[in-house]
Design a protein around this ligand. Structure first.
Ligand code: M6R
Length: 609
């Protein structure tokens, strides 16, 4: 949602913080700000609405020297995205500055009390109450004041706090929102995510819920909300900063689309042997529980939800278990039957999506077996899981999810095969043939990327289009929905994904020569039905673009443009069929001059419900 970064050590904080913000901007870009304890002994604060560039342009290289410092990039929840509501926020004395990611649910009542106690507020945010609350509790011990103040708040937070009295300290705290501590050589860091500090250290401590971290140049001391010291392991980050750079691509989105062959390979690494056997050691400890499972829900939001639909389809078909995809934000309030024979698979790139976390908690309380599929080690979802299968896709920075989708599908395919093996629902031969087909996917994904020039030409023709419809059947349906989501979020072109068979029940009324249809028409059991639907559309003179299997000689009778992809078993097709649609969404966005990596109104991680 928001990004926070903090630095304590001998160097000037401002350049480190601004660079950290640049790497966290994917988390929100409604405003940016920083606070530095200057060499003149003041708490300097500067903050600007809009993107980070507004702040850096305003500072124009003249941020004061000094340390420590904290900084923030915002995705607005409470209070409009203006300068006043930007973080950091100060207390009345101006000696304390604070940054926050999350929501303080009981801020209104706390604010009322603090106002009547004489505190002066300068913003409409929920966050500002924290600065005043800590001020109220402060008697010289900053860590204790933070702990005391947090005891009064409800909600989600990752905070960073600095104080004029403490030139060698920043204090962080976490509840339901990610926060890590970086341990450098004689310096310490706080950050929402690894890329913000990776340039300075690979040693990080992932804070847990309720942790309060006292970060100094000498290291970190962590206490819980009860004031008792806790030990947390130091995690060594395996990837380097190049993975979080554009690497010569004009946008992170494009870089991540092109990374997909490698990312799929990484997701498969060590998990499928040469004979096609899938081994997920992560699930070994819960095999007994998995054998007893009677139903499965695959839950996620946005792109992760569509990957979940593919997973549910395959689990049902291969492992013979009733399985449904669930929208995270709906499942909690309209829960299906859940008990200790239910398997819930939470799918999330970030592992911190509040709308996925909430139903997972509910399912956990009802005794379900929880498996998490995520890209981020130690993220919120992983902590209440019985097992975690990581995507191993490397950092995904662009707001629009691309390589996370394909790796989520690949990991879910492996889970489905694992369940099929455990339950004996598939012959070894068939199971291994799918394992081998998985191993073909990196090469096939690389092949599809060669469609880029054709897609670019098509996108130029589409630059002025207003509406696009995407259709598919069975496994092509989630691909259609994901294709539509990519197009709308990247290019702001209105797009909808439908089950192809539904077209004639209403949506076909929308089609005309100005409204193209994209059909997922790869080789499958429903191929002929999809072709019939495409023919119906062709007869009504709407332009059709088909994603079809190489060698298909029928589809171009009805489609103006055909994007041919390599042949895969139908079960693997979503991984391959989505790639040209990602490229299409990207190129249409570029042709329309949209802000590809940071689409309006969005943030990479949505940590509020
Ligand atoms: O981090 P998550 O995978 O849980 O995020 C879920 C959605 O917010 C995310 O997929 C969103 O829909 C993307 N912007 C899609 O590109």
């Amino acid at each position: 949602m928001c990004g926070i970064v903090g630095y304590v050590g001998p160097r000037d904080a401002a350049p480190i913080l601004l660079e950290g913000l640049r790497r966290l901007e994917y988390r929100g870009y409604d405003s940016a700000g920083l606070a530095v304890l200057t060499d003149d002994g003041e708490v300097f604060v500067e903050k600007k609405a809009g993107k980070l560039s507004n702040l850096t342009d305003h500072l124009n290289g003249s941020a004061p020297a000094g340390h420590p410092g904290i900084a923030h990039t915002r995705w607005a929840t409470h209070g409009r995205p203006n300068d006043a509501n930007a973080h950091p926020h100060r207390d009345c004395s101006g000696r304390l500055a604070l940054i926050h990611n999350g929501i303080i649910e009981n801020y209104a009542e706390i604010k009322e009390r603090l106002l009547s106690a004489g505190h002066r507020f300068t913003s409409e945010t929920d966050t500002e109450v924290l600065a005043h609350l800590i001020e109220e509790r402060y008697q010289g011990d900053l860590v204790e004041a933070v702990r005391d103040a947090l005891g009064e708040v409800r909600g989600a937070y990752a905070i960073g706090v600095m104080h004029l009295d403490h030139p060698n300290r920043i204090v962080g705290a976490r509840m339901n929102v990610p926060l890590i501590v970086g341990l450098g050589n004689g310096e310490g860091f706080l950050a929402s995510d690894v890329p913000a500090i990776l340039e300075h250290t690979k040693n990080v401590v992932i804070l847990q819920e309720g942790d309060i971290a006292d970060v100094t140049p000498e290291g970190v001391t962590i206490i819980g909300m009860d004031g008792v010291k806790v030990e947390r392991p130091v995690t060594k980050i395996r990837w380097n900063i190049a993975a979080a750079e554009k690497g010569g691509f004009p946008h992170f989105t494009l870089k991540e689309i092109y990374e997909q062959p490698h990312a799929i390979g990484e997701a498969l690494r060590g998990r499928v042997d040469d004979a096609g056997n899938v081994k997920l050691p992560e699930l070994e400890a819960i095999e007994e529980k998995l054998r007893r499972v009677e139903r499965v829900y695959v839950v996620g939001c946005g792109t992760a939800r569509y990957a979940g639909e593919v997973g549910a389809h395959l689990i049902q078909s291969w492992a013979g278990l009733p399985a449904n995809g669930q929208i995270g934000s709906e499942m909690r309030y309209s829960p299906p039957p859940i008990d200790d024979r239910t398997l819930v698979i939470s799918v999330s790139q970030s592992g911190e999506t509040a709308d996925t976390l909430a139903p997972q908690k509910l399912a956990s309380e009802r005794g379900a077996v929880i498996v998490v599929v995520t890209n981020v080690v130690g993220s919120a979802l992983t902590r209440e899981a019985d097992a975690v299968c990581y995507l191993q896709a490397g950092p995904e920075v662009a707001v629009a999810s691309t390589k996370a989708f394909v790796t989520q599908v690949v990991v879910l395919e492996m889970i489905a095969l694992h369940l099929a093996q455990l339950r004996g629902t598939m012959s070894d031969r068939r199971r291994r043939s799918f394992g081998l087909a998985l191993r073909d996917l990196p090469g096939q994904a690389a092949e599809v990327l060669k469609l880029a020039p054709q897609v670019k030409k098509l996108a130029r023709r589409w630059a002025g289009v207003r509406d696009v419809m995407f259709v598919g059947r069975a496994l092509g349906f989630p691909v259609a929905m994901e294709g539509a989501l990519k197009l709308k979020e990247l290019s702001y072109v209105h797009a909808e994904g439908y089950a192809a068979g539904e077209l004639k029940h209403g949506p076909i009324a929308l089609l005309d020569p100005q409204t193209p249809l994209v059909a997922i028409a790869t080789k499958s059991a429903t191929y002929e039905k999809v072709v019939s639907n495409v023919a119906e559309v062709h007869a009504r003179e709407a332009p059709v673009v088909a994603v079809a299997t190489v060698g298909d000689e029928v589809i171009d009778r009805y489609a103006q443009d055909v994007l041919y992809v390599p042949e895969t078993p139908e079960e693997m097709s979503p991984v391959i069929a989505i790639v040209p649609l990602q490229l299409l969404a990207y190129e249409v966005a570029v042709a329309r001059g949209a802000d590809v990596d940071q689409p309006r109104n969005l943030a990479k991680s949505v940590t509020v419900e």
